[in-house]
Design a protein around this ligand. Structure first.
Ligand code: AMP
Length: 221
């Protein structure tokens, strides 16, 4: 049975970093819908070019487009042993569609982890955040140079990481994505990690929580 993980949490919670580390460690792909959209936009893909204004203003791209992107991605061979989703689902409609996709494909239970961080801390982190243009990894805030410690790529601020757009993304999160947590909360495979701790501590707790959730017996799901 594959390890199918959804990394939830507000923008800036560190879920992308944790998702990448976890996926690397377990040999499953990290599927980030934000990365996919940015890559499609760079390649001039019409869907992403149309969506660019929404992405740049912090609004959500429509559900039908996002569900199709994820459906297609989860069909690829590398996702059959499991995956870590980062940035999807962001609406209850997306979460319902994801349940249908994994059911159809008999891809096993979803393990949902909420990386929780207080809002004031998120605004502070996002304003400082820099991302590697080559590998998509967030630079550790202590890195002073402009090169990625992992692959040597250039570090840049994301165009939607300025304070006005950050506030809009947080308000979209409260409005559309928090209800997704309620959608999952009662499942025996739902977990919450305190994302306001140092990265390494969050990573340790996440590993333990995911292994624990993976051991939940199929009968109780
Ligand atoms: P992220 O890198 O996850 O913060 O995503 C960047 C932007 O891409 C978001 O602010 C949205 O405009 C768009 N986006 C990414 N994933 C989704 C999704 N699941 N549903 C709707 N829009 C999304």
């Amino acid at each position: 049975m594959g390890l199918n993980v959804i990394m939830m949490g507000p923008p800036g919670a560190g879920k992308g970093t944790q998702a990448a580390r976890f996926a690397d460690g377990r040999g499953v792909p990290k599927i980030s819908t934000g990365d996919i959209l940015r890559e499609m936009a760079r390649d001039g893909h019409p869907t992403a070019v149309d969506a660019k204004a929404r992405i740049d203003s912090g609004e959500l791209v429509d559900d039908a487009t996002m569900i199709e992107i994820v459906r297609e991605r989860l069909m690829r061979p590398d996702a059959q042993r499991g995956f870590v989703l980062d940035g999807f689902p962001r609406t209850v409609a997306q979460a319902e569609a994801l349940d249908r996709i994994v059911d159809e494909r008999k891809q096993g239970p979803l393990i949902v982890v909420d990386v929780a961080v207080p809002e004031e801390e998120l605004v502070r982190r996002l304003a400082m955040r820099r991302i590697c243009v080559a590998c998509g990894v967030d630079a550790d805030p202590s890195v002073v140079g402009d090169r990625c410690a992992k692959c040597g790529g250039a570090l840049e601020q994301r165009s939607d990481d300025n304070e006005a757009v950050v506030r809009e993304r947080l308000s979209v999160y409260r409005r559309s994505t928090k209800p997704v947590l309620e959608f999952y909360r009662k499942r025996p495979t739902f977990r919450v990690v305190n994302g306001a701790q140092p990265r390494e501590q969050v990573a340790r707790e996440l590993d333990a929580m995911i292994d624990d959730a993976a051991s939940v017996k199929a009968e109780s799901l």
